[in-house]
Design a protein around this ligand. Structure first.
Ligand code: F6P
Length: 547
């Protein structure tokens, strides 16, 4: 069962949305609230510990109805069934897309080429549990008999961003082990980490699905050479483990077969934190918390599979995003978590969203004639309020934003939490309402400014408002709720890819970069500068002269 291959712009829903857009594009959200007293009730979804309010958007009931028609006309339901069933929906790489199987219940059956993969998934989960329990308790020791104190995760892209984001986001739940991440091929990155660790008490986790990635292999080699200055080759087996599909290459690197945690080609790198790629998560937070993260994601999977489109959180978010991207021509979306713990969340989603849906050729092999993947960016509130919010409030660009907040804080400081949530709520209200010139005028009059002073400053203090936001209120940041949140965005990515008729699960653009860097390196380390334009030749010459 392949994904449908329908150009969305050929559907009647798309044409109806275009007509509808011309009638609503200038309507202010404030007017929409005034016209419909039931708006909030209709535009909120409560599901488990999630509360989504999407009423502060430039949409009406009709908009949502037409967007759902679009979803039906591109056969979203059939596509969801194909996604969960293990069909080869990653057609360009001839693979299934089954990160959902990694968090499925043990009793489920998920077939890949006729074979149920759930027993293998659970065998690896058990291996992760046994290993992380032993390291955390100090039963598994380093080669000189000392318990481990530090973990170094070596990987890049999906083999780094997911584990790094989760460990940072859930640091409240962390155990005594110090966790470090080395990703960049920039040698200063690895050397800064090496300054902080002792080889005798450090466990190195090399994560690379392919085990061919330049950055990861360079960092792993540098670390191994550094390690061998203090300990001998035999000690490598006790200090180095790997997560990979490429068992042969891992063994070639000198890692013991027992220290390999397998993964599968049906897990895409940017969706792999649920697999053994999450080993560092399990080591840092304990297996139970890792498992709770998976359970949360599984609950979101079930919601996504079963809820009708109008009550389906990932579907609603994806449709609203398509509305802004393809009809309002908004280019970017901001993700603003009101939690300092989610500091790395937007960075993590940049890979998930932009590597998946940054595509310009449709599923029929034709260039698309409409916009696809949105540009994602963001930082936690309230810090971002003091950085880029000015442009969202008063700039010339339309920037839809997701506001994500947690009702209860983890440390329970009520005063701070009240202030944080006041900002969280106040910003979406201000972005929607703006401030009219009458309101500014009366404010300035209250300050006893002269007529002349008032007329000079007034235009700059007016806010047009009408800036769209989604508010996602979650009870508390826990491993389960984080699992749900990540899975929510994964499914939003899927829905948008289906609507845009693109393949969301390959990344040929990134692979081009890998090849090109290899060619330039040969030129830098050799003597010949072949096949380059003049600018590139000059840059190569400049670098060689300086070094
Ligand atoms: O960034 C591109 C990519 O191919 C990602 O999809 C992947 O997460 C990353 O490179 C790392 O690849 P590997 O896990 O094979 O080292």
């Amino acid at each position: 069962m392949a994904l449908p291959k329908i150009n969305p712009t050929t559907t009647t829903a798309w044409k109806n949305l275009q007509d509808h857009f011309s009638t609503v594009k200038d309507t202010h959200i404030k007017t929409l609230f005034a016209q419909d007293k039931e708006r909030v009730n209709k535009m909120t979804i409560t599901w488990e510990d999630f509360y989504l309010d999407f009423s502060k958007n430039r949409i009406t009931d009709k908009t949502m109805g037409l967007l759902q028609d679009l979803a039906r006309q591109v056969e979203l339901k059939e596509a969801i069934d194909a996604y969960f069933s293990g069909a080869e929906i990653n057609e360009t790489e001839k693979r299934a897309v089954l990160h959902t199987a990694l968090r499925a219940k043990e009793t489920e059956t998920v077939l890949v080429n006729g074979k149920n993969v759930i027993p293998e998934v659970y065998a690896v989960k058990n291996k992760i549990k046994t290993f992380s329990d032993a390291v955390i308790k100090g039963d598994k020791k380093g080669s000189t008999g000392k318990a481990f104190t530090d973990i170094v995760n070596i990987g890049i892209g999906g083999s780094d961003l997911g584990p790094a984001m989760v460990v940072d986001s859930l640091q409240y739940y962390k155990n005594h082990l110090n966790t470090h991440f080395v990703s960049n091929v920039d040698g200063d990155h690895v050397n800064e980490v090496l300054k902080k660790i002792n080889p005798e008490t450090t466990l190195f986790v090399i994560v690379s699905k392919t085990f061919t990635t330049q950055e990861t292999l360079s960092n792993a080699t540098t670390i191994k050479n550094w390690f061998l200055k203090s300990l001998d080759e035999e000690a490598v087996a006790q200090h180095f483990v790997a997560v990979s599909t490429n068992i042969e290459k891992v063994q070639g690197f000198g890692i013991d077969a027992n220290n390999i945690f397998p993964m599968w080609d049906w897990v895409g790198g940017r969706f792999s934190l649920w697999s053994a790629v999450g080993l560092t998560i399990s080591l840092s937070l304990g297996f139970d918390n890792f498992d709770k993260l998976l359970q949360g994601a599984n609950a979101m999977d079930i919601h996504f599979k079963e809820a009708p489109f109008d009550k389906n959180i990932p579907v609603v978010l994806a449709l609203i995003s398509v509305w802004y991207n393809n009809f309002f021509n908004a280019e970017t979306e901001a993700i603003i978590p009101y939690s300092q713990y989610l500091n790395q969340f937007a960075t993590y989603l940049q890979q998930g969203i932009m590597e998946s849906n940054g595509k310009g050729v449709d599923r029929n092999g034709n260039p698309v004639n409409y916009q696809t993947g949105t540009i994602i960016w963001g930082e936690p509130g309230t810090n971002s309020q003091h950085a880029f919010f000015q442009l969202i409030h008063q700039g010339t660009k339309l920037i839809p934003a997701d506001f994500i907040g947690f009702a209860k804080s983890l440390h329970g400081d009520k005063d701070h939490q009240d202030k944080l949530i006041s900002n969280f709520i106040a910003q979406t209200e201000a972005l929607m309402n703006g401030k009219t010139s009458d309101e500014v005028l009366s404010e300035l009059k209250d300050k006893n400014l002269s007529e002349e002073e008032i007329s000079k400053v007034l235009p700059y203090k007016v806010f047009e408002g009408n800036k769209p936001t989604n508010t996602l209120f979650i009870s508390q940041l826990t491993p389960e709720s984080l699992g749900k949140l990540i899975a929510m965005y994964e499914h939003k990515i899927f829905v948008q890819g289906v609507i845009w008729n693109i393949f969301s699960y390959d990344q040929f653009g990134v692979e081009l970069g890998k090849q090109l860097a290899g060619n330039i390196l040969k030129n830098i380390q050799g003597d010949t500068f072949m096949n380059h334009d003049d600018s590139t030749l000059n840059l190569l010459g400049y670098y060689k002269e300086l070094t």
